[in-house]
Design a binder for this molecule. Structure first.
Ligand code: ZN
Ligand code: ZN
Length: 230
């Protein structure tokens, strides 16, 4: 309590630089940068794909081939300056950026999403985890679980195939690339799960994991991610 008070006074007296533009800011990013964030305002309720028509709820692809994912909540487009924040968080180990992204995501979800019984971060293959030193999805999910008061499970699902990153592949290769990539080692005894990830590229990865969980009896699987590639 005392520590928090002192911390708040220090922030007012000596604002830290904005994580994006370096001007002194009371928050992690300044109001100007906050206003510049690329919102994914109208998107497919299943896969989060940005849609051009505001009254459209589901994209043509999801209508023709309903995915295993029930709902996606993805507040931003993978564009500047969100892509910089994600890049530094994911590839340069700057975990402060991750905490900011998690807070932005929590603010969006609090107003819109139905809270699940459990959060599951999309697992990384052990080989990739060794290279990176942390799983960015877990680093997003931990503060998210704390902020929203939700349970977190990062042990029931494993990635058993070291697949190349989805963004390096052509569209038709992505689905094939991810098939059989996950294993559910312990069935979560819940009805409603939200998968957490940083970026959704085509939705193939989260959809494959959602399929595995549904095969084990989970009734509803949503996706919570920071950004969607168009
Ligand atoms: Zn700024
Ligand atoms: Zn869709």
């Amino acid at each position: 309590m005392v520590y928090n008070c002192i911390n708040n006074i220090l922030t007012l007296l000596y604002p830290a630089p904005c994580l994006l533009c370096d001007t002194p800011a009371q928050d992690a990013i300044c109001p100007d940068c906050q206003a510049d964030l690329p919102h994914n305002r109208h998107s497919c309720r299943c896969c989060g794909l940005p849609l051009t028509l505001a009254d459209e709820a589901t994209c043509g692809h999801c209508l023709a081939h309903p995915p295993a994912v029930d709902r996606s909540f993805i507040p931003y487009l993978y564009a500047a300056p969100i892509d910089q924040l994600i890049g530094r968080f994911k590839f340069s180990g700057q975990l402060a950026q991750g905490r900011l992204l998690s807070r932005l995501l929590a603010d969006h979800l609090r107003q819109r999403a139905e809270m699940p019984d459990l959060l599951i971060p999309v697992p990384l293959h052990p080989q990739r985890l060794r290279q990176r030193g942390y799983n960015q999805a877990l680093e997003l999910a931990k503060p998210l679980a704390r902020q929203l008061g939700l349970a977190l499970d990062h042990q029931s699902c494993r990635r058993i195939q070291p697949t190349p990153p989805q963004h390096e592949l052509k569209k038709h290769q992505r689905k094939r690339n991810i098939r059989g990539a996950f294993q559910v080692t312990r069935t979560p005894a819940v009805n409603h799960v939200a998968l957490v990830d940083d970026v959704v590229t085509t939705g193939s990865t989260v959809n494959e994991l959602a399929k595995c969980l549904k095969q084990r009896g989970v009734a509803r699987v949503d996706v919570w991610a920071v950004a969607r590639t168009p």
